[in-house]
Design a protein around this ligand. Structure first.
Ligand code: ATP
Ligand code: MG
Length: 152
């Protein structure tokens, strides 16, 4: 998959916005990249494009933030602070991956073995002063979304 340059924050927001109209119920998107790579920024751009007017909080402390927007139930996870798989069971998170909710997951590697496979992976890299994004599809739904994206 080609790597897209994201020279500034607006470019990250625009990539999120470009994904928004092509999200289908049940889609699982893994957002990879180190601290500050722009994962939450991308989700913010996506949610704004769907019509969400409020804040987009990083779910660093809450593990998940939920949005009902544009006929989608969207779950934004951040597993940075997730260590114990029993936490996952206790919180009932598995039920969220039910083929209907859209799930966007920061730090998916911290919940390895607990998560269903992602349809699409977006790997963000810090290339100062900007970022790059590499998008990889792993399912027909992911392929469809990639094909719908404008070239970047
Ligand atoms: N393409 C870009 N170029 C330069 N700065 C960017 C770009 N995209 C986002 N940023 C900036 O990077 C900073 C960190 O972004 P963000 O919080 O989205 O990172 P994150 O990957 O979610 O980090 P964390 O792992 O801590 O949750 C923000 O100040 C944001 O404005
Ligand atoms: Mg974040």
């Amino acid at each position: 998959m080609p790597t897209r340059p994201l020279p500034d924050e607006d470019a990250t927001l625009a990539l999120g916005a470009a994904l928004a109209p092509h999200l289908a119920p049940g889609l699982v998107v893994a957002l990879r990249g180190e601290l500050g790579a722009g994962k939450t920024t991308l989700v913010r751009g996506l949610l704004r494009a769907l019509g969400h007017a409020g804040r987009v909080k990083s779910p660093t402390y809450t593990l998940v933030e939920v949005y009902e927007v544009s006929r989608l139930s969207l779950y934004h996870f951040d597993f940075y602070r997730f260590h114990d798989p029993s936490e996952w069971i206790d919180a009932g998170f598995r039920d969220i991956f039910n083929g209907r909710n859209v799930c966007l997951i920061e730090w998916p590697e911290r919940a390895r073995g607990q998560l269903p496979p992602a349809d699409l992976e977006i790997a963000l890299e810090i290339v100062e002063p900007g970022r790059t994004a590499t998008l990889t599809a792993s399912s027909p739904a992911g392929e469809k979304l990639l094909a719908a994206l404008p070239p970047g």
